[in-house]
Design a protein around this ligand. Structure first.
Ligand code: NAP
Length: 594
C-alpha cells in the first residue's frame, strides 16, 4: 500500500518508517521532524545567505539570567542551531571560561538587566571581566545581543547595551543590531532567533512549527499564554489587624492539573486591573466601555475588557510617556523626557500612574485605538512559591504583601496583590502558571547546610525550602534570618517556625524587628552578630540564599557577608568580593531579589 502522506518513499521504506513511527512518543516525533528538516536543509538546499567563512567553527550561546527567562531563550536558540547541524555550545555567564573569549568566532548573548541597571547575579563576573583591562581584542568575533528588561525601569536593558558596546569596542562585529525586549518578550525573542539563524547562514526551515521538541513537551503544562485556572481555597491574613501592613497567605488549588513545581520556583499570576481605575480612565477619556478594540495581540474585544484584563494601566514606562508626549505636545512633559532631566523624571513618575499623566497633560478627543496603542500588555506578576509540591501536591501557597496606599491625592491599589487579596472570591479561579527559577534551588546534596535570609514577604520561598526538606527527609541543617516591622503583629508564619524548631528541622532562627526598638535592627545586624558561626557554616559548605527587597536589603546583606569574610576569614575586601563571586558561580550564594 502506498502511503498518502509520503509519496516519495518506496513501500519497503514506508513499512520501516511507519513501524518506527508507531514506537515513538509524541516528543520523539517532534524531535525527528525538526531533525529531518535541519538535515535536509543542510544536505540538499543551497544557502540563502553567503556562508560565513567560519561556518563550521562552534557557535557559543551565552546567557546571563536572574529568574530563568534568558536561560529559557538561550536553550531555545541552542536547540534551533543544533537542528541545523552547526556545532554549537551553550553556557551560563557564571560558568563560562573567560579565557575562551578570544577564541570565539560567533557569540550569541542573551542577558537580562536587573534592579537599577545591574547585571543578573550569574552575569556579574563575565560583565566585570569584559569591562576590565583583561578583556582581549576580539577582531575575529561576530556577536549578537538580545537584552531583556522592563521599560518601567530607568536603566532599561542596560546590561545588554553595555555588553554590546564593549564587544564593539573590543573589535567585534555585530551580526545583527542589539534587540531590546520589554517584560512581554516572547514575540521579539522568537523573531531575534529567526534573524540569527538567517544571518548565521543557516538554511534550516523551522520544522512544522517554530517550537522545539522541548517546548512542545511543555505545552502539556501551563504557560503564561495558556494558564491554568486555579481555584482560590484560602485567603488568610498573616499579619495582625493592628499591623501597619497587610500580608496574606493565599492557597490555590492545582488538584488534577498535573502541575509540578520545585522549591524556589515562582508562580506567574495573570491579574485583572482594579475596576475602579478602569472606570475612571474610560470616563476621563470620554470613551465607551463597549467600544470595539481589535489588534493582533488582543484579538477582538471591548475597551473595558481590554483595560481590565489585557493592558498595563498603572506602571509608567518611558515608551508610553514618549508616545503620549507626541499627542499632548506639552512643553513640560517634553522637558521631563529630555535625557538631561532623568532624575527629575524619576521623581515625577514616583507614585504616579497612567491616569495621572492623562490628567496632568490632557489631550482632547483621543480615540480608543490611539489610547490602546499607547499601552503595553499587562505583564503577569511573579510570586515566590511558599509551599513544597512534595508536601502539598494539590496546592500552591503564596505570601502576598497587599499594596494599597495614597499618593498625589489618589488611592492606589497594587494590581496583582489586591486582585488576589480583595477581588478574587473564594472558589473563583485565577489564571496561573509555574515560572521555573533554576537560579534559586536547594542544594543537590540534601545533607548540605543552608542559610536563608528573607525579611518580610521575602521569607516565602524559605517556607517552601523547609517544608520540602521535611517532606523529603533532607538532613542538612537549616538557619533562617527573618525580619519585619513589629514582633507582635508581623512575625508571619511564627507558629510554623516554632514547630519546625521543636521538630529539629529549623536548627537556628534569628529575627530582627525593626520598629520595636528606638534604633532599627535589620537582618544584616543579626548576620554580623553571628559572624563566627556564619563563617563556620560557610566553611562547612553551606549554601546562602537571599530573597526580598533588592534595592536596599540585598546590597546591605551582601556587605554584611563581605564584612564576615574579612573579619573571620582574614581576607582583604577584594578577596572577600572574589570569594562571594565564586560562591555565586558555584550556585552556593543565590539571590531572588527585586
Ligand atoms: P520589607 O519592606 O522588605 O520590610 C521587611 C523588613 O525589612 C522591615 O523590618 C523593614 O524595616 C526591613 N528593612 C528595610 N530596609 C532594610 C534594609 N536596607 N536591610 C534590611 N532590612 C530592611 O517587607 P515587605 O513589605 O514584605 O517587602 C518585601 C520586599 O521584597 C518587597 O520589595 C517585595 O517586592 C520583595 N520581594 C521579592 C521577592 C522576590 O524577589 N522573589 C519575593 C518576595 C518579596 P523598616 O520598614 O522598619 O525600615
Amino acid at each position: 500500500m502506498s502511503d498518502p502522506a509520503s509519496p516519495t518513499l518506496t513501500p519497503d521504506q514506508w513499512q520501516k518508517f511507519s513501524s518506527l513511527l508507531d514506537e515513538l512518543t509524541p516528543n520523539q516525533r517532534v524531535w525527528i521532524s525538526g531533525y529531518a528538516a535541519g538535515y535536509s536543509a543542510i544536505s540538499l538546499s543551497p544557502a540563502t545567505t553567503p556562508p560565513h567563512n567560519k561556518s563550521s567553527s562552534p557557535i557559543t550561546v551565552l546567557f546571563g539570567s536572574q529568574t530563568g527567562n534568558s536561560e529559557k531563550i538561550a536553550k531555545k536558540l541552542f536547540e534551533r542551531i543544533e537542528q541545523t547541524g552547526r556545532p554549537v555550545k551553550i553556557d551560563s555567564m557564571a560558568s563560562y571560561k573567560t579565557s575562551q573569549l578570544k577564541r570565539e568566532s560567533d557569540l550569541l548573548i542573551i542577558v537580562s538587566t536587573h534592579g537599577e541597571g545591574e547585571p543578573p547575579d550569574n552575569a556579574l563576573g563575565f560583565h566585570q571581566f569584559l569591562h576590565s583591562n583583561k578583556a582581549p581584542k576580539v577582531d575575529h568575533l561576530r556577536y549578537a545581543v538580545l537584552a531583556l528588561g522592563d521599560s518601567s525601569y530607568e536603566h532599561f536593558c542596560q546590561t545588554g547595551r553595555e555588553i554590546e558596546d564593549r564587544l564593539n569596542q573590543l573589535g567585534g562585529e555585530a551580526l545583527i543590531n542589539i534587540v531590546e525586549c520589554d517584560v512581554d518578550y516572547d514575540e521579539k525573542a522568537d523573531s531575534w532567533i529567526a534573524d540569527i539563524l538567517t544571518h548565521l547562514g543557516s538554511t534550516s526551515k523551522p520544522s512544522q512549527s517554530f517550537y522545539t521538541a522541548t517546548e512542545r513537551a511543555q505545552t502539556s503544562t501551563y504557560t503564561k499564554a495558556k494558564p491554568y485556572q486555579a481555584r482560590l481555597l484560602e485567603n488568610l491574613p498573616l499579619t495582625a489587624p493592628a499591623s501597619s501592613k497587610d500580608i496574606r497567605h493565599i492557597v490555590l488549588s492545582i488538584e488534577d492539573s498535573g502541575i509540578r513545581y520545585q522549591p524556589g520556583d515562582a508562580l506567574g499570576v495573570l491579574p485583572t486591573n482594579w475596576p475602579a481605575r478602569v472606570e475612571e480612565l474610560i470616563t476621563h477619556l470620554n470613551l465607551y466601555h463597549a467600544d470595539t478594540v481589535a489588534s493582533p495581540t488582543l484579538g477582538s474585544t471591548t475597551l473595558e475588557k481590554a483595560l481590565l484584563h489585557d493592558l498595563e494601566i498603572t506602571t509608567l514606562t518611558r515608551p508610553f510617556l514618549e508616545s503620549y508626549a507626541k499627542l499632548a505636545d506639552s512643553k513640560e512633559l517634553n522637558r521631563l523626557l529630555h535625557p538631561d532631566h532623568r532624575s527629575e523624571l524619576r521623581a515625577w513618575i514616583y507614585g504616579r500612574e497612567v491616569i495621572d499623566v492623562l490628567k496632568r497633560f490632557p489631550v482632547r478627543g483621543i480615540h480608543t485605538e490611539t489610547f490602546i496603542g499607547l499601552l503595553r500588555k499587562l505583564p503577569p506578576r511573579l510570586y515566590s512559591i511558599a509551599s513544597s509540591w512534595n508536601a502539598d501536591p494539590d496546592e500552591v501557597h503564596l505570601t502576598v504583601g497587599v499594596v494599597r496606599y495614597k499618593s498625589h491625592g489618589i488611592e492606589r491599589h497594587g494590581v496583582a496583590s489586591t486582585y488576589l487579596a480583595d477581588r478574587l472570591p473564594e472558589n473563583d479561579t485565577a489564571p496561573i502558571y509555574v515560572h521555573e527559577n533554576p537560579n534559586f534551588k536547594l542544594p543537590g546534596d540534601s545533607k548540605t547546610p543552608i542559610i536563608m535570609i528573607g525579611p518580610g514577604t521575602g521569607v516565602a520561598p524559605f517556607r517552601a525550602f523547609i517544608s520540602d526538606r521535611e517532606a523529603t527527609g533532607a538532613t542538612g541543617r537549616n538557619w533562617l534570618f527573618f525580619g519585619d516591622r513589629n514582633f507582635d503583629t508581623d512575625f508571619i508564619y511564627q507558629t510554623e517556625w516554632l514547630d519546625y524548631r521543636r521538630k529539629g528541622l529549623l536548627h537556628r532562627i534569628d529575627v530582627a524587628f525593626s520598629r520595636d526598638t528606638d534604633t532599627k535592627v535589620y537582618v544584616q545586624d543579626r548576620i554580623r552578630q553571628n559572624s563566627k558561626d556564619i563563617y563556620g557554616w560557610i566553611q562547612e559548605g553551606a549554601h546562602i540564599y537571599v530573597c526580598g527587597d533588592g534595592q536596599h536589603m540585598a546590597p546591605d546583606v551582601h556587605s554584611a557577608l563581605l564584612d564576615i569574610l574579612v573579619k573571620e576569614g582574614q581576607k582583604t575586601h577584594d578577596e572577600a568580593g572574589e570569594f562571594l563571586r565564586e560562591l555565586q558561580a558555584a550556585k552556593r550564594y543565590q539571590r531572588d531579589v527585586y
